[in-house]
Design a protein around this ligand. Structure first.
Ligand SMILES: NC(=O)c1ccc[n+]([C@@H]2O[C@H](COP(=O)([O-])OP(=O)(O)OC[C@H]3O[C@@H](n4cnc5c(N)ncnc54)[C@H](OP(=O)(O)O)[C@@H]3O)[C@@H](O)[C@H]2O)c1
Length: 496
């Protein structure tokens, strides 16, 4: 169904807008969710004309892989004609007057019913200033349309700065109007976690402390820091990946079943799940978290992190984090959740492994002389593969009763994957509909910071021995020790 709205994009000349937002809006246009009744104002300081802006928008959708060369050229041009550029320094209150006039004009011209989406595709230090001016200069409509704010991570550096940021935007927007993007929540396989858990009786029946031994979450990247060193030096893997994406995934894995699947009920259960992750003391954080930074690879063809362009020679920032969390949420109370994320690891893979408890007895042991039988493992593949694997055990193809693992596999084909909407397309569409199911609530963000702040604090008080893992490995040895001390090992190991 067609949605009516004016998008005002702060940071309209930036990387996020170019690579993600314009292509996502075009996809919505191609599918008819946006038609005649939408307009976009892009703002930033550089003095672009509307014509130049249209070229940029068409190039961005071309670069993103949309066909704009032949049949689609006219459509792309028509789409771009809805875009208007307004040169604007967000610090200057006077500029909001011109912005308001243009917004009101476009509202009439495109019959937008006063619906406005303010998209902050800029550094977070500007969010409070922009929100304040939007309110003071009356850019928020009050004629029955909606005013929604979309903001990007990073949402603060710790609980204190996140709270300051939240307070500053809350002066103009209430929680219901704020859409905090965690693009992992826009990914189809992440959204599928709840459907897998709560629409399969066999999975639902086993997803509890009686049957689950431990849960493992891996977000492994094979690339290094690439051209993001400037940002990464101040963020590190903990702030970049763990506080947001990893903990969001953990909340979906450990939450109790919502009454119905909507934003309100899901949020309640996710907040409850995060509140029930054990809050560590500094000593516990030290025992249960490991950090790492990559060195060169074994043949010296990959640079160590500290030699990458833009990083400090003595950088203490982590490119790897592993940790053990414990949930006290009723269904899974006491089940350990091992998490890890890192750069320059052996293989790119995001996946979740649910390792089930073994049987207390192998009745075939007399026949085979083997006491152990393999445990069952459910793997949820998130990227690059999407799908599931269930590891089961049975005899097959042998004379006796030698129990072997077998794998039930489902993978989406590349054709199927190509049809899945991109995370930004999904999330912008949700924001247009006012559906907050896949956005992070302040209660989630703030709790996640509190859980991780204590880890950061212990790390900031000690000097790490970096580098401590080889590029192309699966991280530092201490991350393996974290599981070995519990008698366990990482399920995903491409080097095995
Ligand atoms: N890029 C990504 O893939 C990505 C992914 C996740 C989150 N994010 C987050 O999204 C935000 C934007 O990232 P980005 O990569 O797009 O950054 P970027 O390429 O540096 O873009 C920043 C934008 O802000 C504008 N700007 C800077 N100062 C301004 C001012 N005083 N007044 C008006 N405009 C100003 C810049 O344009 P002018 O120089 O023309 O003013 C530019 O359009 C950041 O918070 C980032 O962490 C980005």
């Amino acid at each position: 169904m067609e949605q009516r709205a004016l998008f005002i994009i702060f940071g309209g000349t930036g990387d996020l807008a170019y690579r993600k937002l314009y292509p996502a809006l075009f996809s919505l246009y191609e599918k008819g969710y946006l038609k005649e009744h939408f307009a976009v104002i892009g703002t930033a300081r550089r003095p672009w004309t509307d014509d130049h802006y249209h070229e940029v928008v068409v190039n961005s959708i071309d670069d993103a892989g949309h066909d704009v060369s032949r049949t689609n050229t006219e459509m792309a041009r028509k789409f771009a004609s809805h875009f208007y550029y307004q040169s604007h320094n967000v610090d200057d209150a006077n500029h909001y007057v011109a912005l308001k006039d243009l917004a009101n004009k476009l509202d009439d011209q495109y019959e937008l019913n006063g619906n406005r989406i303010f998209y902050m595709a800029m550094a977070p230090q500007f969010f409070g200033t922009i929100a304040g001016h939007l309110k003071d200069q009356n850019l928020l409509t009050d004629n029955g349309g909606f005013n929604r704010l979309i903001i990007e991570k990073p949402f603060g550096r710790d609980f204190e700065t996140a709270k300051e940021l939240n307070d500053s935007i809350s002066k103009a927007f209430n929680e219901e109007q704020i859409f905090r993007i965690d693009h992992y929540l826009g990914k189809d396989p992440i959204q599928s976690i709840a459907s897998l858990r709560f629409s399969n009786p066999i999975i639902n029946a086993l997803w509890n402390k009686e049957h689950v031994d431990n849960i493992q979450v891996t977000l492994a990247e094979s690339l290094g820091v690439e051209e993001r060193a400037g940002y990464y030096e101040t963020a590190g893997a903990m702030r970049d990946m763990v506080q947001n994406h990893v903990l969001q995934v953990v909340s979906l894995l450990t939450m109790n079943r919502p009454e119905i699947y909507d934003a309100k009920h899901l949020r309640e259960k996710k907040v409850e799940a995060l509140n029930n992750i054990q809050q560590y003391t500094e000593e516990e954080a030290k025992q249960n978290f490991v950090r790492g930074q990559y060195g060169a690879d074994e043949i010296g063809s990959q640079l160590p992190y500290r030699d990458e362009e833009g990083t400090a020679d003595d950088s203490e920032i982590e490119t790897y984090v592993a940790g053990k969390l414990v949930t006290h949420n009723s269904g899974l109370a006491g089940v350990p959740i091992y998490i890890r994320t890192g750069k320059r690891l052996a293989k790119k893979s995001t996946q979740v492994n649910i390792i089930f408890k073994g049987l207390d007895k192998n009745i075939f042991s007399e026949l085979t002389g083997k006491k152990e039988i393999p445990t069952n493992v459910l793997t949820i593949h998130i990227e690059p593969d999407q799908g599931y694997t269930i590891e089961m055990s049975s005899k097959s193809g042998n004379q006796g009763y030698d129990i072997q693992p077998h794998y039930l596999r489902f993978r989406m084909t590349s054709e199927e994957k190509a049809k899945v909407p991109d995370a930004y397309e999904k999330l912008i569409h949700d924001a247009l509909k006012g559906d907050k199911t896949n956005f992070a609530h302040w209660d989630e963000v703030s709790r996640a910071w509190k859980l991780m702040d204590v880890v950061r604090k212990t790390w900031d008080n000690t000097v790490p021995e970096f580098p401590n893992y080889v590029s192309g490995s699966m991280g530092p040895k201490a991350a393996d020790d974290l599981l070995e001390r519990d008698g366990r090992k990482w399920e995903f190991n491409p080097l095995k």
